[in-house]
Design a protein around this ligand. Structure first.
Ligand SMILES: O=C(O)CCC(=O)C(=O)O
Length: 271
């Protein structure tokens, strides 16, 4: 089964949800003419990293964003992995991804677990409490956000529960572009899954972002990659390839989870 993906590598207007919604609406309108099955947006696409103004600009309960992407998904009959947004909750603001299917139904949500101290996330945001598993096009998928890709054990927990495609949404800065490419390829190889990674383009008052959205196949080959400019990256993925690679080198059967847990417990007991 093949699935056509479009990653919208947007430049994000700093702290301006109205303008960002206009951009996303326009881009989705344009790209829908190519009939993608799944459209992916970057991290914090409504506000960017305007963290000091979250009181003003974060989305109360994610209500506005959910309604916005549900409407677009339904009217263009396309699945949307809607990057992430700053969401106000009872326990503070979370960095939250929503997923809408072709009928405009929210089929998943995930809030970033690992907060990135280098960009002050820990001062303004609360970590998520749930996993990022969801089903799209009859395929088990996982979604994580930016810094999360530095934590292979978190992604592994999703993969052992059957995920075949990993969506990564990001605002990854240019100085660490080489980490971005290497970490994404490593996550694909070690989990024998497709990795669909949508980064933002452009800059904000503190950072220049890397772009280079990319799609990696389960053998670790990069099958599509953007440059640093705003653009839409298109790719076709074939799920048969996941099954073939997993059959050829059966890492999920060969892994020794109980030994890892015992070794870690032992270490913790001693330390
Ligand atoms: O891990 C990194 O180098 C970048 C992470 C990041 O920019 C983020 O999580 O927003």
């Amino acid at each position: 089964m093949t699935i056509k993906i479009a990653c919208l590598q947007l430049d994000i207007a700093f702290g301006n949800p109205n303008e960002n919604e206009r951009r996303v609406e326009r881009e989705i309108e344009k790209i829908s003419k190519n009939h993608p099955d799944i459209i992916v947006l970057p991290e914090l696409w409504t506000t960017g990293y305007d963290l000091t103004r979250l009181d003003e600009i974060a989305d109360e309960g994610g209500m506005r964003t959910k309604a916005f992407i549900q409407k677009l998904a339904k009217s263009h009959h396309v699945n949307i992995v809607a990057g992430s947004i700053a969401r106000k909750t009872d326990r503070g603001v979370t960095n939250t991804m929503y997923i809408a299917d072709r009928n405009g139904i929210i089929v998943g949500e995930y809030s970033k677990l690992h907060l990135f101290q280098l960009m002050d996330e820990h001062l303004y945001l609360q970590p998520g409490e749930e996993m990022g598993l969801f089903t799209l096009e009859n395929t088990q998928c996982a979604g994580v956000i930016c810094y999360d890709i530095r934590f292979p054990e978190w992604i592994r927990v999703h993969m052992v529960q059957g995920a075949e495609v990993l969506f990564v949404v990001a605002e990854w800065p240019l100085p660490r572009l080489s980490h971005w490419r290497t970490l994404l390829a490593a996550r694909a190889i070690e989990n024998q899954c497709y990795v669909i990674a949508c980064n933002r383009a452009g800059s904000d008052p503190n950072n220049v972002f890397a772009g280079h959205s990319l799609v990696v196949d389960p053998w670790g080959e990069i099958i599509a990659e953007a440059n640093e400019e705003p653009c839409t990256l298109m790719a076709q993925i074939d799920l048969q390839k996941v099954r073939e690679v997993r059959k050829q080198i059966p890492i999920f059967a060969d892994r020794r989870a109980n030994d890892y847990i015992a070794a870690e417990k032992n270490f913790l007991k001693k330390s």
